[in-house]
Write a protein that binds this ligand. Sequence first.
Ligand SMILES: [Zn+2]
Length: 93
Amino acid sequence: MKPRGEFDREALPASTKFYPAQGVTLRGRGAWRDALCPFHDDHSASLRVRIENGAFRCMSCGARGGDVLAFLRLRNGIGFVAAAKRLGAWRGS
Ligand SMILES: [Zn+2]
C-alpha cells in the first residue's frame, strides 16, 4: 500500500544535531567533518560528513549517502518513508 503524504526536506534535522544524536561524534571544523564510521569497525575516523547537507562517505568501507535521511536508512535498514517519519519530515499518514 502506497503511503499518502509528502516528504518535507526542510524539516530534516541539521547534520550538526542529527549525527551526534545518532552517536556519531563529528570532529574538526569546516565544510567536512571526520567521524568514526558506524558501518564498519572503525578506529581511524574514516567517515566524512558534509555539514551543509548531511552527506556522508566512508573512505574505508565505502558507505555513502546524500543526506541524513540516507544515513538513517542505511543504519537501520528502513525505507524512505519510514526514515522521513522518524525524522519528522513526513507530512501526512
Ligand atoms: Zn565505514
